[in-house]
Design a binder for this molecule. Structure first.
Ligand SMILES: [Zn+2]
Length: 479
């Protein structure tokens, strides 16, 4: 059986989850579900990143112990995953000494043994928002372009990782798609980033500056691993790397797909492969990069008053409606936009009216005129073109275009009903009407099967309506 290992980035738990977190989980979930349907053995990992200065400070701001603070936030992330119906197989917490630290520290030792960790002085800038060392060329008007804040100047003695040693070889591997970066625009972006230069990177920080919150560097407890060094190793620690039981690691590594946001491309396409090369481990096969989720053209923020709470929308419209919007109305590779107005429009047009109406119309007629029949057999010919396009889009993770194909089928069946009017035809030619109905039901079944990775709950509802040959309750109520 073929395996498929897919990961999301681990979420930074300095606050509750927002819509951007929902986007990445849902994208990964629909890919994982699709790969399972293709018959692969899938391991789908997600989790949380709990270390770093930003978390220590966020906890201090609300006068909480950092452990208590992250525990509370982690529960909110777990709740989001559950409410979105995410089918992850693993959930990693970087504060877990047994599941994560052991692997992270074993990995660090491998970098040491390769001669790639050395002590040095770091003097330069650090953006706490990014948890990243930055240089003048990363800044816009002296500020971090992602956080709009001036970075802090730090000067300290740390351990460094010899990133420069691997930059060229990684550049070549990306060029020939041995590490495939999707979409191509992001491939070009990382290639030019590497061409501008890849200096060695500070890989630890003094423990005292972080209130001791982090993973101690093996052999030197006065230093904690740099939060990105710690976080990236979750992709192997979660599989048991460095523990007594490496079975999962042997089965699933390397990752078939890392799914990440565009702001952390450098860490995943340069720093992480360099660490793996240093440790003598296989490299991830593909890295898929999504954009940011905006609201009304701007990043969601309390000060702009445009924050949309994912839990609110799930409660009002259901998980599948949220999944629908993020997967179909937003390109998987570019920035997208969500406002409640846009959300409602898409919901009414495509879910309540489009898919919901079609299902009700077909199943009502089927219940009435095809009583006693069942629909276990295959699909009709007219859908073949649609299905092969669908498969092609899914192969390239073009999720929204794959979903367009499903709704193309929805329109096709709608116009078939309009043209043939089986509810009238049944009075003059019952057999002909029944034959058309059977085709409509089989088309609807195809729709339900194609929907399974995206809207799993809705797919199930349609399939059981067909199995019972009964008109279902409305799938989506108009709002
Ligand atoms: Zn920043």
């Amino acid at each position: 059986m073929k395996k498929f290992y897919i990961t999301t980035a681990i979420d930074y738990v300095n606050g509750p989850p927002h819509f951007g977190h929902a986007l990445e989980k849902i994208q990964a979930d629909s890919i994982a579900r699709h790969e399972r349907l293709l018959g692969k053995e899938v391991y789908f990992l997600t989790g949380v990143d709990e270390h770093g200065l930003k978390i220590v400070r966020s906890a201090q701001e609300v006068k909480k112990g950092v452990k208590e603070f992250t525990d509370e936030n982690v529960e909110k992330f777990k709740k989001l995953i559950k409410e979105l119906n995410i089918s992850n197989d693993g959930f990693i917490r970087t504060s877990d000494p047994e599941k994560h630290w052991m692997g992270a520290r074993a990995f660090w030792n491998n970098l040491v043994n390769a001669g790639d960790i050395y002590k040095g002085k770091y003097k330069g800038y650090y953006c706490v928002g990014c948890e990243a060392y930055v240089t003048e060329k990363d800044l816009t008007d002296g500020k971090c372009p992602y956080h709009g804040k001036e970075p802090e100047l730090i000067e300290e003695e740390n351990y460094f990782f010899r990133l420069s040693r691997y930059a060229d070889i990684i550049k070549k591997k990306i060029e020939i798609d041995e590490i495939k970066i999707i979409p191509p625009a992001r491939k070009n972006e990382i290639l030019s980033m590497i061409k501008r230069g890849a200096e060695d990177i500070s890989f630890s920080r003094p423990a005292e500056k972080l209130d001791g919150w982090g993973i101690p560097v093996p052999g030197d407890e006065s230093q904690l691993m740099y939060v990105w060094c710690d976080a990236l190793s979750n992709y192997i620690s979660a599989l048991g790397y460095g523990s007594d039981n490496q079975e999962k690691f042997n089965r699933f590594w390397p990752a078939d797909l890392h799914l990440i946001g565009k702001d952390i491309l450098r860490f995943h396409a340069l720093v992480w492969p360099a660490m793996l090369l240093s440790a003598g481990l296989a490299l991830p096969k593909r890295i898929m990069v999504h954009g940011f989720l905006l609201s009304g053209g701007r990043r969601m923020s309390k000060s702009s008053g445009n924050v949309i709470d994912p839990f609110d929308l799930i409660e009002k419209y259901g998980a599948d409606a949220v999944r629908y919007y993020l997967l179909r109305e937003i390109s998987p590779f570019e920035d997208g936009d969500i406002t409640e107005e846009k959300f409602k429009d898409a919901y009414n047009a495509n879910l309540a009216n489009g898919l919901g109406n079609l299902t009700a119309r077909i199943m009502k007629m089927s219940e009435q005129y095809l009583a006693g029949e069942n629909f276990e057999s295959g699909s009709s010919k007219q859908e073949e073109g649609v299905v092969s396009d669908f498969d092609k889009f899914m192969e390239n993770f073009e999720l929204s275009r794959a979903m367009d194909k499903i709704w193309e089928l929805v329109s096709k069946l709608d116009s078939r009903i309009q043209k043939t009017e089986p509810f009238k035809l049944v009075k003059t030619d019952e057999e002909a009407a029944k034959e058309i109905l059977r085709e409509l039901v089989s088309g609807l079944k195809k729709i339900a099967l194609m929907l399974a990775p995206f809207l799993p709950g809705t797919s199930q509802k349609i399939l059981s309506a067909i199995r019972d040959n009964k008109m279902p309750k409305p799938l989506f109520l108009r709002v």
